[in-house]
Design a protein around this ligand. Sequence first.
Ligand code: PPE
Length: 311
Amino acid sequence: MAMQKSPWIWMDGSFVPWDEAKVHVLVHGLHYGFGVFEGIRAYRRADGRSAIFRLQEHMQRFVDSARIMTLPMPYTREVLEQAVLETCAKNGQAACYIRPIAFCGYGALGVGTLDNPTNVAIAVWPWGAYLGDEGLAQGVRIKTSTFSRPHVNSQLHKGKVAGHYVNSILAKREAIADGYSEALLLDTQGFVSEASGENVFAIIGKTLYTAPFSGPVLGGITRDTLITLAREDGLEVKEMALSRDTLYLADEVFMCGTAAEVTPVREIDRRVIGAGARGPVTARLQARFFDVVRGSDTAHEKWLTYYEPQR
Ligand code: PPE
């Protein structure tokens, strides 16, 4: 299903109508995937106000992604944060998904090109549950991919880099073709890394496990949020190498990301996880997550940046 258009897209410092936000077919970033992006959500809260969730952290990762890729970033984090807020407000979005992208622009082609300008754009549109409303409530079925997450010396996983997503797309398309909702990627040693667009967690007893930050995983902001909420819930959190059968035997497994939010996993590779439904700890963490991002829980007010949608 196509995206629902919103009126304006921020492009290189000014607003252009959605249908006119175009680039030349020979931009460098299109050919080689040399660009970085973010995925952020704004929610309408229980009090009716709109707030962007963890805007500063997302925009810090955006400029950090560019920095580790040596992609020149023409704007400061502060300017970009302001641009995101204005894009949400000007488009009258009470809740939306936000997609900032910076990519190597038009000039020369060739992988050694150094002088092309960087283009930056920010678009917003409504995006519902990434893995479906039923997935959020009942859990989804996933499969271990035949594709590995590249070695940490092959890709810079701490960056959210456009070209890296070809690996995710291979895994995801395979999973969908095989009748699953999502792909679980192992690293080149065979340990669990992450899903195509989410970090992965296992719950065993009173401990929450996830792959270490130092491995080939994105440092998910939702991952960090869930680690914080889990500790507040009294769970112990351990970052460690996990084998796929550790997940098979876990009490509960869930995935999280900005788009996917907190999605329970009920089956992996035809093995039923736990009771084959959203588990009790996942349910509690998921409820708390939604209460923090869009409910009335203000214990993490510093994660919220409010704005007023224009009408
Ligand atoms: N790992 C990967 C590979 C990933 O793409 C995401 C987000 C995460 C982990 C979770 O990160 P965070 O959103 O900071 O908690 N994936 C984004 C893109 C999804 C898409 O299909 O596009 C997202 O969730 O916005």
